[in-house]
Design a protein. Sequence first.
Length: 196
Amino acid sequence: MTLRMEEFGFRPTHVAPPDGLPSWAAPDPMLPASPLDPLLPLQLIGRAGDWAQVLCSNGWTTWVDGRLLISLPGVPPTATGPPARTADPRPALAEAEGALARYRSLLEDLAAGGADLETFRERARGLRIGLVVDGERLWVFDPVHDRWCYCDGLQLHTYAVGERPRPSGGRTPPPGSPPGAGSPPGADEPTRLVGP
């Protein structure tokens, strides 16, 4: 007799990234737990902002940065309608174009003498642009979610994120919180690669 995972009530929806995944006992950066093994099968059971509560294949439940989870294929779509694409890359490209136009305008104002270097720095503060096109491949920075995305021609996939997951409800982290817990995106923590 062959037993399947579904018979035990565990059906993985995701796996941990190839380099493993930090975890926390609760959706709080002050409560770290044991890291998850690379490519560990996980079942998503809850969300709170950027945090995801997962059930591991060994029965352990923990909280992780939900943006870093790698989705597993789900049940194929039914034939009642066309399959839907997710994460259309065009809005991210429009955002990059708009940010580049704002930066170009600031540079032109500086070059024409309409602003000094300090004014230029002040006006450009917080402006982040990222776009790499290499043939059919595209990497674009999404400033709304503070992440780099990879486009395979059909949809965007999270490639890297710049900060720890934010708590739901927008509460301010207590004094002494780890870097990035309440800072602006990318202020203290370097970007972490999660694979295309």
